[in-house]
Unconditional design. Structure first.
Length: 139
């Protein structure tokens, strides 16, 4: 489904879109149309970034879920909806203060660690979205 139709069906403007086959026709790359809402603000924890996205989309969660079910049925697959977290750690800023008798390694990044609160879990349930987390280190 093209991003324009997704936008019309959900009533939400995306931050980014990709068109199936726009980089390479055979085999098509990207392999599917994509409609994205993103948070790329640096220095936020994963919890803060997810909260910003969910705050924007929570009121539309049931429509997003219904559309995901429809697209999964059309494609004969599952996993249309996805909350994707990609973190790149560029500047390690380890902390030295102990937490419950434990101490962070001097090279441990200050943004390590995150949790899923009840609202995030409810959003994932309503939208039928999968959670995909990728983390990379630079340097």
């Amino acid at each position: 489904m093209p991003a324009t139709e997704i936008t019309a069906r959900l009533g939400i403007e995306p931050d980014e879109v990709t068109v199936r086959g726009s980089r390479l026709a055979r085999p098509p790359r990207p392999v599917a149309h994509e409609w994205r809402v993103v948070c790329r603000k640096p220095g936020l924890t994963v919890d803060e970034q997810m909260a910003r996205i969910i705050d924007r989309l929570f009121g539309h969660a049931e429509r997003i879920g219904a559309l995901a079910v429809e697209l999964d049925r059309v494609d004969g697959d599952s996993g249309t909806g996805r909350l994707q977290v990609v973190r790149i750690f560029e500047h390690p800023e380890g902390a030295t203060s102990p937490v419950d008798g434990l101490e962070k390694h001097s090279e441990q990044h200050r943004l390590l660690g995150w949790h899923l609160d009840a609202r995030t879990l409810e959003f994932l349930r309503l939208t039928r979205a999968e959670l995909d987390v990728d983390e990379y280190a630079d340097g």
